[in-house]
Design a protein around this ligand. Structure first.
Ligand SMILES: *Cc1c(COP(=O)(O)O)cnc(C)c1O
Length: 360
């Protein structure tokens, strides 16, 4: 088979080196005689796996010691409910920034549990930009402020951290966590589903400041209380062991590359290759305001949408997979997560050039 590049938005490409290690350890992890999938989550082998994963993640993101790292299930979606249940009473006000489809889903879920104030929105221009902070109408009594720091479907990314005084700042970083350094100390909670930039589906990671733990409202199910998981080191019930193992291998891969400032350089380079081409072309275009363009998820359109199906068919024949845009926005989307090699982006642009020459 010729070389394949997978541009899926998630579950997404994983580093080949990581899959090779997983393959070599599949039947027998470190001479334990067991596959990771067969181990007790309370045994010494898995204890080592989860501890190393946490230590490596803490190293990569320089997570301060007053933050807990939780390895949970339920995806990023479950955080849409856990966050209001743990941080806001029924009469509470909470602030949400609406920058697209994922923000909206978080807003809809929070609205079931408390009073949501939409402090800013970019809906007026089809979610093609990030509203600057001077346009935000924050509620000074808000229990927290939630935003989606990278909109996976729309392709809009925050390249600045909101400045919010003492109100806990909560970010859904599902689709760009670990793509560059962040100052964790500016956040109350950072959460992410693993299947975009961390590992396989089934694992969600929550990085939470300790003082935000232990305030769940009455009747919060035990499994949805952050305290349950913090008090039990993510072992209250059986955690997603294989997902944690693969995530740990990805963390080691990133450390070997030189950490998050190194991967940021590579990610910037990759995104620039595609954006520069889109901007130079009169056959393709990007709808997103230049300064807010995501490095991870790059939606683009063809001059004529009638050519979309042919473009996808030819791309696939060329080994360029999963370029179809989300059904809610149409067009194309190339996701360039950490594990996408630069050669994949060059190959994509070469293909796009040839297609435009033929059909432009
Ligand atoms: C994919 C995604 C989600 C949903 O993740 P699940 O793990 O499927 O619940 C939420 N937010 C963002 C920004 C995403 O990219």
């Amino acid at each position: 088979m010729s070389k394949i590049y997978n541009f899926s938005a998630g579950p997404a490409v994983l580093p080949k080196e990581v899959l090779e290690v997983a393959k070599s350890e599949m039947l027998d992890w470190h001479s334990s005689g067991m596959s990771v999938m067969e181990m007790s989550h309370r045994g010494k082998e898995f204890f080592q796996i989860i501890n190393e994963a946490e230590t490596d993640l803490r190293d990569l993101l320089a997570i301060p010691s007053n933050y807990k790292v939780l390895f949970l299930q339920g995806g990023a979606h479950l955080q849409f409910s856990m966050i209001p249940l743990n941080l806001a009473g029924e009469a509470s006000q909470v602030d949400y920034i609406n920058t697209g489809i994922w923000s909206k889903k978080a807003i809809d879920e929070a609205s079931r549990f408390c009073n949501v104030n939409i402090a800013a929105s970019s809906e007026d221009k089809g979610f093609t930009y990030v509203p600057s902070q001077d346009q935000w109408r924050l509620n000074k009594d808000a229990s927290y402020i939630h935003f989606t720091s990278n909109e996976t479907i729309g392709g809009v990314e925050f390249f600045w951290t909101p400045d919010v005084d003492n109100v806990p700042l909560i970010a859904d970083m599902s689709s760009h966590i670990l793509s560059r350094p962040v100052d964790v100390s500016k956040f109350g909670i950072i959460y992410a589903g693993a299947q975009k930039n961390i590992g396989p589906a089934g694992l969600a990671i929550v990085i939470i400041r300790e003082d935000l733990i232990g305030h769940a409202r009455n009747n919060t199910p035990t499994m949805l209380d952050f305290k349950t998981h913090a008090d039990n080191e993510s072992m209250y019930n059986t955690p997603p062991t294989f997902g944690i193992y693969i995530a740990g291998l990805v963390f080691k891969w990133l450390k070997n590359l030189g950490g998050l400032s190194e991967i940021e350089k590579i990610n910037t380079k990759k995104a620039n290759i595609l954006y520069n081409y889109l901007d130079a072309s009169d056959f393709y275009s990007s709808p997103i305001r230049i300064e807010d363009r995501s490095r991870m998820n790059i939606p683009f359109t063809l001059k004529e949408s009638a050519l979309d199906d042919l473009f996808l068919k030819r791309a696939e024949a060329h080994g360029l997979l999963q370029l179809k845009g989300h059904k809610l926005v149409g067009g194309m989307r190339a996701s360039l997560y950490n594990a996408m090699p630069i050669e994949g982006v060059i190959e994509l642009v070469n293909f796009m050039e040839a297609f435009a020459r033929q059909h432009g």
